[in-house]
Design a protein around this ligand. Sequence first.
Ligand SMILES: Cc1ncc(C[n+]2csc(CCOP(=O)(O)OP(=O)(O)O)c2C)c(N)n1
Ligand code: SF4
Length: 284
Amino acid sequence: MATAKDFMTSQKSTWCAGCGDFGIWTGLRQALAELNIEPHQASLVFDIGCCGNGANWHNAYSFHGLHGRPIPVAFAIKLANHDLKVIVITGDGGGYGEGTNHFVHSCRANVDITCIVYNNHGYSLTTGQASPTTQQGKETKSTPDGLLETPLNGLQLAITCGATFVSQAYADEVKHLKDVLKSAISHQGFSLVDVLQPCVIYNDKDIREQYKKKIYKLEDTSYKPNDKNKAYLKAGEQTKLPVGILFQEKRLSYEKQLPQISKLPLVKQKIKKVNINNLLNNFK
Ligand SMILES: Cc1ncc(C[n+]2csc(CCOP(=O)(O)OP(=O)(O)O)c2C)c(N)n1
Ligand code: SF4
């Protein structure tokens, strides 16, 4: 039986005391353990960012690559070995900014990966610039006179682009977050968990009080996550913030439709000897 501790390394975290990333780290480790996934059965793909720095203290097959690019790496890992649970760890900057293109097309593809967006509504690692989810009018290091653009809603983007599991969670509600993560990781297809993550350095000083006033659990209402139009509207709520599963549907995942890997993961297949001359002759 795996335990949450199995997903820790001997490295100490460099996150600031009070960072919301700690709650997500705990929730993720607990979710994996409760699903009885061992570290060698999971691949965690980290973006560059404060959240991505966690690559050093998460034990699993980890990859820490270029900013905005964890999704294509995760997609490729899934195609190479679809027996692995593949999880992307990215910020709102990486997921919805530099990596938007990959996000959009992986939703469409419905590849079976889980994308956890550590959404602190700004670029934290690079010291407080505006990201695509920053509130309009916000003064940040990169928008000293206030941000002009309207914020991007990652939940609505995912629903529109064909993601088959879309959810929102809160970093400080670890048990609830863990349950949402368990559902997302167990889902067959592209799953998004957008986690509202307090940053104690670059968010408003009362960010936790703001979240406490606004957040409510969808399970405490009569809401059912099976209607795309209703999910889109729910995902747009701002005065109050719903946490839980907003949308889920069944659709065959990308890797399940590939005949080449339907019987055996690519990594377990024997490499066939190919006469390269036959191939080269085709180009003559
Ligand atoms: C290709 C590339 N572009 C830009 C950067 C600079 N950069 C590093 S992290 C980052 C954004 C971090 O914000 P986010 O993804 O939201 O993660 P957070 O630090 O808030 O967890 C940026 C712009 C980079 N390292 N590489
Ligand atoms: S700067 Fe913000 S997001 Fe980064 S470690 Fe500190 S509290 Fe967390």
